[in-house]
Design a protein around this ligand. Structure first.
Ligand SMILES: NC(=O)c1ccc[n+]([C@@H]2O[C@H](COP(=O)([O-])OP(=O)(O)OC[C@H]3O[C@@H](n4cnc5c(N)ncnc54)[C@H](O)[C@@H]3O)[C@@H](O)[C@H]2O)c1
Length: 384
């Protein structure tokens, strides 16, 4: 790896977090910071610019990280690409579809490499589920249910987060992470999108829902609430596949439970799940079907479960066991978060150095999740 000099534009909460995470990466130097607020200057040895335009014109910088509020992403990212820099844009890619498309066009005309910071794609659990999903270990994904209670105590009334023109609203600013997890776990395309929003104070849209129907019978629901104190934060992600039910915990998922139907081949793959700890294994012909109470009548409709073929989601699968297990990355939220953003930067650098390398977080993933989030937001506002 050759040495890469990074300039970070926007040095608020997340810009600082990225600086701390990236400074220990090999072959990387954080050379410059730009923020319109001079109080954000971290001091030497980093060069500080009051204007982001000066940073993108600094010949020492080859990668620009855009960590300003969402509405500003498009102008800064396009200018940085046109100035010949590689770019990592924070999520959401933009707050309008048109602006997001402009960033993609700027990448294409500049020939530079650009990615979006969908760091959840590098979370070890999400990563493992992606790989096992590609091997069809769980069958098809049919339902995703995200329930996310976030805190609002650090978000003052005048914070840009509450201004839809700057942040895009909760689905655009925040839910795109989770919408993107769905897109990472399956290739199916959205076909119908709906949304709702509500306010607990009559002023701010602080509870939102997006319902997304995908090809192949997948329905995803994303509920996000920014109404509770920090100690009450809670995020659960339930993934229902034809052959597995998986519950993940934490907005950066750290632990989970899985109940999965396997055969001898697919069982081997489960050990790739982080901290996989088997709790119970049952042979399929020894599991009682409790869906019908005793005395219900004819059992003819329940097909040859003892022979190893089961039908789920109208697909026949060969399975012989049900395994119940726990998952645990075994690291703190801060460690996993930092590692994930390091991986995003490392992946971008691999793509800069090798044109054959396929980016894990391409701008197109940012465009797709933004499109879903905008449509759900607009649908929700029409109902108000
Ligand atoms: N990937 C993630 O997990 C993650 C997590 C948190 C935030 N984010 C994203 O990072 C971005 C920033 O969020 P934040 O929480 O750090 O916000 P913040 O308000 O804490 O920081 C934004 C900074 O940008 C500066 N700024 C604003 N406009 C500017 C301009 N035109 N030129 C130069 N500086 C400017 C502000 O002075 C401020 O210091 C947002 O897009 C947010 O969604 C991503």
């Amino acid at each position: 790896m050759t040495n890469h000099n990074i300039g970070i534009i926007g040095y608020g909460g997340f810009g600082k977090f990225l600086h701390n995470a990236w400074k220990s990466l090999p072959s990387v130097e954080i050379k410059a910071i730009a923020d319109k607020d001079e109080n954000r200057n971290p001091g030497a040895p980093v060069t500080f610019y009051n204007s982001w335009r000066d940073l993108i014109n600094d010949p020492a910088i080859d990668i620009v990280s855009v960590v300003t509020p969402p509405r500003t992403h498009a102008e800064i990212a396009c200018a940085a690409l046109d100035a010949g820099k590689h770019v990592l844009v924070e999520k959401p890619l933009a707050v309008t579809f048109r602006d997001a498309e402009k960033i993609i066009a700027a990448r294409d005309r500049s020939g530079k490499t650009a990615a979006i910071d969908f760091m959840q794609r590098f979370n070890p659990i999400v990563e493992a589920l992606h790989h096992l999903g590609q091997k069809n270990v769980f069958g098809k994904l049919r339902r995703v249910d995200v329930e996310n209670y976030a805190q609002d105590s650090s978000l003052s009334d005048d914070h840009w987060f509450w201004n839809p023109d700057i942040g895009g609203g909760i689905l655009v600013e925040h839910a795109v992470h989770f919408i993107d997890i769905v897109h990472f776990l399956t290739d199916v395309q959205p076909t119908r999108i709906d949304g709702f929003s509500a306010s607990t104070d009559g002023r701010r849209e602080n509870q939102v829902v997006a319902n997304v129907v995908y090809e192949d019978g997948l329905i995803a629901t994303h509920y996000h609430s920014f109404t509770r104190p920090g100690f009450f934060e809670d995020t659960s992600i339930r993934l229902s596949y034809d052959l597995a039910q998986i519950d993940l915990h934490g907005w950066i998922p750290l632990t989970g439970e899985i109940r999965v139907l396997v055969n001898s081949e697919t069982e081997k793959e489960l050990s790739k799940l982080p901290g996989f700890r088997e709790i119970r294994t049952q042979k399929i012909n020894e599991i009682e079907d409790e869906s019908r109470p005793e005395g219900w009548g004819s059992d003819d409709s329940i097909e040859n479960e003892t022979s190893g073929t089961i039908r789920s989601g109208t697909t026949d699968y060969q399975i012989d066991k049900m395994i119940t297990a726990k998952l645990d990355i075994g690291k703190s939220k801060a460690e996993v978060y930092q590692q994930s953003v390091r991986s995003v930067m490392t992946d971008l650098i691999k793509a800069i150095e090798n044109s054959e390398h396929r980016l894990r977080t391409p701008l197109e993933s940012g465009l797709l999740s933004l499109d879903v989030a905008i449509q759900a937001t607009e649908a929700g506002r029409k109902k108000e």
